[in-house]
Design a protein around this ligand. Structure first.
Ligand SMILES: Cc1cc2nc3c(=O)[nH]c(=O)nc-3n(C[C@H](O)[C@H](O)[C@H](O)COP(=O)(O)O)c2cc1C
Ligand code: SF4
Length: 777
């Protein structure tokens, strides 16, 4: 058979190029096949995801139960107590997870400010677990009540979506507890997690849930704090004291564990402390308290955009036995995050275990109620943890390390949370060797002044604090509360005891000793935070009734208590820095929203400047808050408009706390440096049109007083106080009565105390360190 030349050519061509042609074809076909398979898989996924959405749309205002198998995941949601379009909206927005390994990045929550005036959306998720039915009911009621409360707290910037109630036995943990739920499209929703969790000492969903939290934390593919983007979380535990009377015996033990793991996963976004309640007894009340605290927190978030940025693990845990319990989430090993996750977790576990072993063997000198031991090396179910005693604790129990340390420093501890100490100026005045600046500025006799505090606890850890790093710290009061009369009688008794001990000291003047047996003034400024004490107003009432004046110093961290404070003779707020960063560095506040709290206190002071005699107290620390801060301080004065500004160089206390914060004698400013600062501040105030002048000084205490010209008459300063008039006004008009600081303004500031005269009381003899008389220049 003969072939045409064309066919012969084609065959030749084929033989010559067949290999590359075959290879290219095979490659194209493989590629096409792969592409088609991938497309198929995606549309399968979409079909599965679309199903619950379609169901949700039809389930308004009813309890919704969607059970759907997606891989081996079961999703069931119980709708919010009232169901609403907002609820549905949220459900639509939640993306289902896509199976397969993934790395999820934790990210600090960002403040969401919508452009164009659009309100941000906050979704509260109420998770619960339940065996015998009560918690489910409670969770639904709670969500309804919470929704109502949030409607009231709502501002222009925020929309609170109706809270969603989610059953922990049915939600997909990967969807909520590896990262916050994703929302589709442009819609940005911030999540706030609430977890209502009864404890069960039998196998239950709680174990699965805890296991998940623990595994997520240890999963090397996932960030240590993958839930950091949530706005915050809080846990409330239900238990039964009849069967489990104390925390040691297991009362609410699982809520405590969940709280702890959530702190780790969320990067310490505990928005409100763990609540606990016995449903048979106090459950309702405790839950209501917890709810109202949370409403406040959400109100703050609505105003401030977030929880704020408190100090991570502020300070060293060994400073306070309270912190050992980690119940504020303040003790947190930052190295755990810095050193890489799996290793650091193990390290933390080891340290905690070691801490417990040492505490148990009595080697630490600390209370045995050490950190809750977490065995990070053991896989499987979390073990029942040793926990703190169930009863509300005393703040400074007799015989505790804090108690021993404070008594060694010369404090008398009254009741369980108050202290009194004789000030060095009281001793000095008894011997006629000079009073403190309060005599020069305000006419207070140091030998008749009692320095005390009804709360040895504080919410700051200032680098210059005299507390020698031993006192308890905390953001809220969680100790036994002593009645005010017990404190009042106790501090007086101990003060007089200490005065009597001065009887035999050489140089004590008889007339001053006799005068000292009548307390005329009380400085509520010793250590700690006096307005922390829940009965501070009653305590003040007792002082005033005995005509003892009150000088109260607070740390500008408790605006609510400040606002509720009744008349004091003089009201101080410590202004330790002029800006947020500096304040964080120097005060080391525990509150996340310390700057907002600080500013709210200034606003309160401004509002009350015609009711209370208000004072800003500045403590200058070189290299911390002195340089370049004059203008900032002037702005703060402009904001708070205090009656007075006291500027004082820091007193070096030489504690391990201060030195670990990098404070040395080099940080103590010389008097001339304080003077230069005050002159510059006065100028900066004048520049702002504020009429303040340098009214008085006490060089010996490195202290200078700027006063508003409200306290100037005919060109003369009147910084002193008419104490008798103050008590009369109080008796006439009551502790909340309307009267102004000018109404009890005292006589003219003595010439020797005014600016440029040094401020040493001429009645006294100035001596050097060895007690030798010194000529006053
Ligand atoms: C089997 C079982 C075990 C329990 N174990 C504990 C426990 O270890 N600690 C505790 O404080 N309460 C314990 N409780 C009490 C429950 O936490 C409490 O009654 C709770 O309100 C039950 O909630 P629920 O009925 O909504 O599931 C237990 C209750 C049951 C039924
Ligand atoms: S506010 Fe006062 S008591 Fe509290 S840490 Fe600072 S100096 Fe100490």
């Amino acid at each position: 058979m003969l072939c045409s030349p064309h066919i012969v050519d084609a065959v030749d061509l084929w033989h010559e190029h067949r290999i590359p042609i075959l290879l290219s074809t095979a490659f194209i076909l493989t590629f096409l096949r792969f592409y088609l398979r991938l497309n198929d898989a995606q549309s399968e996924q979409q079909k599965l995801v679309a199903l619950p959405r379609a169901l949700n749309k039809d389930e308004k205002k009813t309890t919704t139960t969607i059970t759907e198998k997606l891989d081996k995941v079961v999703v069931k949601k119980v709708s919010s107590s009232e169901g609403s379009s907002g609820d549905d909206e949220k459900k639509e927005g939640v993306k289902k997870k896509i199976a397969g390994p993934r790395r999820i990045k934790g990210d600090a929550s960002k403040r969401v400010k919508k452009e164009g005036g659009e309100a941000r959306k906050i979704q509260v998720l109420v998770f619960f677990s339940c065996l015998t039915g009560s918690t489910e009911k409670i969770a639904k009621q709670f969500a309804g009540a919470f929704k109502e409360a949030l409607t009231k707290a709502k501002g222009e910037q925020t929309t609170f979506l109706p809270p969603q109630v989610l059953d922990l036995s049915e939600v997909d943990y990967d969807e909520y507890f590896i990262s916050p739920p994703k929302t589709e499209g442009e819609e940005k929703v911030d999540y706030f997690y609430l977890i209502l969790l009864p404890s069960f000492n039998i196998d239950s969903i709680n174990d699965t849930f805890l296991e998940h939290l623990q595994e997520t934390h240890h999963d090397f593919r996932i960030d240590t704090s993958p839930l950091a983007p949530i706005l915050g979380y809080s846990v409330f535990g239900f238990g039964d004291r009849e069967g489990w009377p104390t925390e040691e015996e297991g009362y609410c033990f699982q809520a405590k564990e969940v709280d702890k793991w959530m702190a780790k996963l969320s990067g310490r976004k505990r928005a409100y402390p763990l609540g606990m309640g016995d449903w048979k007894r106090d459950g309702k009340e405790r839950l209501a308290e917890w709810k109202s605290g949370l409403v406040d927190v959400l109100g703050q978030i609505e105003q401030n955009g977030g929880l704020g940025e408190g100090i991570p693990g502020s300070g060293d845990p060994i400073e306070s036995d309270d912190e050992e319990l980690d119940d504020d989430g303040e003790v947190y090993d930052e190295s755990a995050e810095q050193n890489g996750k799996s290793k650091s977790s193990g390290d933390l576990g080891d340290l905690e275990d070691l801490g417990q072993i040492m505490a148990a063997s009595g080697n630490t000198g600390k209370k045995s109620s050490g950190p809750i031991a977490v065995d990070f090396t053991t896989e499987g179910k979390p073990k029942r943890k040793a926990a703190a005693p169930a009863v509300i604790k005393e703040m400074v129990p007799k015989g505790s390390p804090t108690y021993n340390s404070l008594t060694k420093q010369g404090y008398a501890i009254v009741g369980s949370h108050s202290g009194v100490k004789i000030c060095r100026w009281t001793k000095s005045a008894l011997r006629g060797r000079g009073s403190c600046y309060k005599y020069s500025f305000y006419g207070i006799n140091s030998h008749q002044c009692m320095e005390t505090t009804p709360s040895l606890s504080c919410s700051n850890k200032c680098v210059f604090c005299w507390r020698h790093g031993t006192n308890p710290v905390g953001t809220n009061w969680r100790w036994v509360v002593d009645p005010p009369d017990l404190i009042f009688n106790g501090v007086k008794e101990n003060h007089y005891k200490k005065i009597k001990m001065m009887r035999g000291v050489p140089g004590v003047r008889a007339e001053r000793f006799a005068e000292a047996m009548r307390i005329r003034h009380c400085a509520l400024s010793l250590v700690g935070e006096p307005i922390f004490y829940p009965h501070i107003n009653e305590f003040l009432g007792m002082l005033h009734k005995e005509r003892i004046s009150s000088f109260l110093v607070c740390n500008a961290q408790h605006p609510d208590q400040l606002a509720a404070l009744q008349h004091v003779t003089q009201l101080y707020v410590s202004i330790d820095a002029s800006n947020k960063e500096s304040l964080r560095r120097i005060d080391r506040p525990l509150h996340r929203d310390f700057w907002e709290r600080f500013n709210r206190c200034l606003d309160i002071l401004r509002e009350r400047r015609f009711q209370q005699r208000t004072v800003f107290r500045l403590t200058l620390v070189k290299d911390f808050n002195l340089e370049d801060e004059v203008e900032g301080y002037a702005d703060l004065v402009q904001k708070g408009l205090p009656c007075f500004v006291e500027i004082k160089g820091v007193t070096y206390c030489g504690t391990s706390t201060s030195s670990s914060a990098g404070l040395t004698m080099q940080n103590v400013p010389f008097y001339n440096e304080v003077c230069d600062f005050v002159v510059a501040l006065e100028k900066a105030l004048k520049k702002r049109g504020l009429n303040y002048g340098i009214a008085a000084e006490h060089a010996h205490s490195c202290c200078i007083l700027l006063a508003s010209d409200r306290f100037q008459k005919e060109g003369k300063w009147h910084t002193r106080i008419d104490y008798e008039r103050f008590f009369e006004l109080l008796e006439e008009r009551g502790p909340d009565g309307e009267f102004t600081p000018e109404e009890y303004m005292g006589p003219e500031t003595p010439e020797w105390a005014t600016w440029g005269r040094g401020g040493f009381d001429p009645r006294d003899q100035r001596v050097d360190r060895k007690g030798r008389p010194v000529e006053v220049s």
